[in-house]
Design a protein around this ligand. Structure first.
Ligand SMILES: NC(=O)c1ccc[n+]([C@@H]2O[C@H](COP(=O)([O-])OP(=O)(O)OC[C@H]3O[C@@H](n4cnc5c(N)ncnc54)[C@H](OP(=O)(O)O)[C@@H]3O)[C@@H](O)[C@H]2O)c1
Length: 338
């Protein structure tokens, strides 16, 4: 059996994580039991939710246990199988974690899934044709459900979720305005993803200034918003919403390291009769097939070409993860493991 390299959570961060929170260990992969499959990971997905799991406190999911492999989505190939539905060489998706190999109990429903890499690159199954893509779909279709011609906005617009949101919204004939950090990201959002406009929030010292820029980019106001960040960005959007606006609260990354997140004008919720709805995509498995079919179609037909930041080697994963929380990624953050 091959030797495995594994990154475990060694201790919990107080604020922003550091390399010292993680530890790399080496172990032999165990001999397979009946129903188990050994997967060699090609890519590991790094996602903001992992920061929440590193805390001990109450959250929507159990904390990441100390000393155990860090949780994470992976794609790879079957290298040994004791399950009749999985054969050597097949490409699969699983929650393999921050390690080079995983042993998956394939008898558990959904634990190991075949993926078709003929028209869609294997890595996209961790991004646009995976959990982040379905997240964008759920917020747009099930929460915002805007009418064609109306205006929607999204923060962290160049990222894995934000870029998929833009592609799905454009396909529905909406005016889509992104909010992202830096000129290069905004240029990509407009010129490559096809958003109608993008605002660089880093050019604005406060939410009032950002709200002025939103007024220019959204002359008819904002009908729907997909929130990934929180704080100043959400404050600015709230000043520009139309009556009965619908806001999908997907993420609050500006507060994941414990930073306080204020909402400056909550009275807007009442005044505009706004709907603000938080959601966790893994609690809506019923929509995944429909969402994935649409997202696969967009990618296979080349109407959506998501960007990826690919970091090489498992040892670089902690650094890449810390970068993701600071906006150093550009598009979907992945770690290549082969
Ligand atoms: N509810 C759910 O089920 C669910 C599922 C998946 C993801 N999410 C959430 O969706 C959001 C986006 O996830 P993703 O995977 O697509 O990540 P991503 O957008 O690819 O990467 C994170 C981005 O967040 C932005 N960011 C980081 N710190 C920030 C700060 N302090 N202020 C403003 N922006 C900051 C950065 O973009 P800029 O450089 O543009 O600032 C960074 O590139 C996250 O909040 C995540 O937790 C929720």
């Amino acid at each position: 059996m091959p030797t495995n390299h594994i990154i475990v959570l060694d201790h919990r961060p107080e604020a922003a994580p550091s390399a010292g929170n993680f530890k790399m260990i080496t172990a032999e992969t165990p001999a397979l039991q009946e129903g188990q499959v050994l997967v060699r990971h090609h890519f590991l997905s790094l996602d903001p939710y992992m920061r929440g799991r590193m805390n001990a406190g109450k959250n929507y999911a159990q904390p990441q246990p100390l000393g155990e492999v860090m949780i994470g989505g992976t794609v790879g190939e079957v290298v040994e199988s004791h399950h009749p539905k999985f054969k050597m060489g097949e490409t699969v998706l699983c929650m393999g974690g921050w390690q080079e190999y995983s042993v998956i109990n394939a008898t558990l429903p959904g634990a190991l899934k075949h993926i078709d890499t003929e028209k869609i690159a294997i890595s996209h199954y961790l991004g646009a044709v995976g959990m982040p893509g379905v997240t964008a779909w759920y917020g747009l279709v099930k929460i915002i459900h805007a009418k064609p011609g109306s205006t929607v906005t999204v923060s962290a617009a160049s990222g894995a979720v934000g870029s998929a949101f833009g592609a799905l919204a454009k396909a529905r004939g909406l005016r889509v305005v992104g909010i992202a950090g830096g000129k290069a990201k905004c240029h990509y959002v407009v010129n490559e993803l096809g958003f109608d406009a993008c605002i660089d929030y880093k050019e604005h010292p406060d939410y009032v200034s950002l709200a002025k820029a939103l007024k220019e980019a959204c002359p008819n106001g904002i009908d729907g918003h997909f929130e990934n960040v929180g704080g100043m960005v959400l404050d600015a959007v709230m000043l520009r919403v139309n009556d009965f606006a619908r806001i999908a609260v997907c993420g609050m990354i500006a507060g994941y390291n414990g930073e306080p997140l204020v909402m400056t004008n909550p009275s807007v919720i009442l005044r505009s009769r706004m709907t603000l709805e938080g959601f966790i995509v893994s609690e809506h498995m019923e929509v995944w097939p429909e969402a994935l079919a649409e997202l696969s179609n967009l990618i296979a037909s080349k109407r959506f070409a998501p960007k990826e930041t690919v970091t090489q080697g498992l040892a670089a994963a902690p650094e890449a993860f810390m970068g993701l929380l600071k906006g150093q990624n550009f598009g979907k953050q992945l770690v290549k493991l082969i």
